[in-house]
Design a protein around this ligand. Structure first.
Ligand code: AMP
Length: 473
């Protein structure tokens, strides 16, 4: 059975869900027996007879029904959540039931310090891992009320979240650095307009928290800001401060120390050797076994789970996070970005290869490279550089913009608007090594105005120059 609604709302505009759902069902091999729909009165729906049912009617009928618990093994999968990696094919992260409950219950106590009877407010989306863990399961397991907020942090004005904290006496709040960077552009007086005395701390996760943003929100709210680092794969924090166990001071720019249960190591990516000294840069890895709550496997692909996550560091069977990091002399970690082709746009994890595959499906695109480029607001944005099959079709700015708009549409449809590149630029050739490997890192460096590094293996220097000319204002 699928449970859905007529539409969601974004910035006050309805986003119709039903047509998307109908298309997904028509594409799928296994059709659901029933679709239960909540009609929020935002978008007209065509109901499929015999399959679609309206929640309103059924709710009345079943309101007081007592449903017995369905007991399952601790290892019974609770859900799968798809996430991006190096290839164009997303991985289904499979989570268990018992271990996940244990991990979340413990984290509510030791990391978030939330108590039964209080209110938790995570501004995430339930479709993402933070939403699963800390809108739904975590707070409810801990006996807390949870707030599900639909919409932007700036509507009707930049004080909406703080008004909710006041109204519902929120004690623990969880958001993402991008949201705070959005609020930074609003009137700072909104941060002190409401009574925030119930709030003990604001937790931020999902992307690097830059020091100025952390300092701004900490000073504005007068509350501790606690960065925590984790992944869809782990389901709860790898690095954080465990203030529910013992108080530790925050260091701006660091998500803290290894959380109990995680044997975190920094490893040399070439030799697999452990880096034990302070401030050495290595791959952030976790020695097995992983603590409860972490992924069991890749859905229906154990081999991919082992090969992707456990065999990427030479000579060691160890879980790789695919992030670079350093650890200072006090044991605080700092995350320095991904080791793979994953980019982080406003806290959304995207695989550049997935975006490339989507764009390459356009009939006039022969080849494309997508890279992540630093952005003040969103952390990173995707930039695409494409080679045309028939360059004669793009002769001036107007035709280039028209083709760019077609590509945007394609990406929106395949992956959603979050994955849409900031720009799609057209070039005659992509910079490659003589063995034909696309130099994505050099492209990203040029887009960010950095030195592209060693280019001795590059086949055609003019290729990178073309990109430089396009992106230099
Ligand atoms: P996701 O699976 O979508 O939660 O994305 C996980 C990735 O986001 C990690 O591998 C990191 O690259 C990044 N990330 C998450 N939290 C943080 C954080 N607190 N600081 C820096 N990077 C983070």
């Amino acid at each position: 059975m699928i449970v859905s609604a007529d539409a969601g709302s974004r910035g006050g505009k309805p986003v119709p869900y039903k047509p998307l759902l109908d298309e997904a069902i028509s594409l799928s091999k296994y059709k659901p027996e029933a679709v239960l729909l909540v009609d929020r009165g935002m978008s007209a729906m065509n109901l499929v007879a015999g399959r679609d049912q309206l929640w309103g009617n059924l709710r009345e009928k079943h309101l007081r029904t007592v449903v017995p618990c369905e007991w399952v093994d601790a290892t019974h999968p609770s859900y799968t959540l798809y996430t991006s990696g190096t290839t164009g094919k997303p991985k289904g992260v499979q989570r268990d039931t018992g271990g996940y409950c244990v991990a979340l219950a413990a984290s509510m106590k030791h990391i978030y310090a939330g108590n039964a009877g209080e209110t938790y407010f995570s501004t995430s989306d339930i479709g993402w891992v933070v939403g699963h863990s800390y809108i739904i399961y975590g707070p409810l397991i801990a006996g807390m009320a949870t707030i599900m907020y639909e919409g932007l942090p700036t509507r009707p004005d930049g004080g909406i979240w703080w008004s909710l904290v006041e109204k519902y006496k929120v004690t623990v709040m969880f958001s993402a650095p991008t949201a705070v960077r959005v609020l930074k552009k609003q009137d700072p007086a909104l941060l002190t307009k409401y009574d925030l005395s119930s709030l003990r701390a604001l937790f931020l996760a999902g992307e690097p928290l830059d020091e100025p943003t952390a300092q701004w929100i900490s000073a504005g709210l007068g509350k501790p800001i606690i960065d925590n680092y984790w992944q869809t794969e782990t389901g709860w924090p790898i690095l954080s401060l465990c203030n529910g166990v013992e108080q530790a001071k925050s260091k701006f720019g660091s998500p803290g120390k290894a959380v109990y249960g995680y044997d975190v190591k920094l490893l040399d990516d070439q030799t697999g050797e452990e880096l034990v000294g302070p401030n050495q840069k290595g791959v952030v890895a976790v020695e097995g076994p992983l603590p409860p709550g972490c992924m069991q496997t890749v859905w229906r692909d154990d081999e991919r789970f082992v090969n992707t996550y456990w065999k990427s560091v030479p000579g060691k069977l160890v879980y790789s996070t695919f992030d670079w990091g350093i650890r200072d002399a006090d044991g605080y970690y700092f995350i320095l970005g991904r080791t793979d082709d994953v980019i982080n746009v406003a806290g959304h994890r995207l695989g550049t290869r997935e975006i490339e595959e989507s764009i390459a499906a356009h009939p006039n695109i022969a080849e494309v490279a997508v890279v992540g480029v630093a952005d003040q607001l969103k952390g990173q944005v995707a930039m695409a550089f494409a080679v045309l099959k028939n360059p004669a079709l793009v002769t001036d700015d107007a035709s280039a913009l028209a083709l760019e708009a077609e590509v945007f549409k394609l990406v929106d449809k395949d992956l959603g608007a979050v994955a849409r590149p900031a720009r799609v630029r057209f070039v005659t050739v992509l910079p490659k090594t003589r063995s034909g490997k696309c130099l994505r890192r050099a492209i990203a460096a040029v887009c960010e105005g950095r030195d592209p590094g060693d280019l001795t293996t590059m086949d055609d220097p003019a290729a990178l120059q073309q990109i430089k000319d396009l992106v230099t204002p």
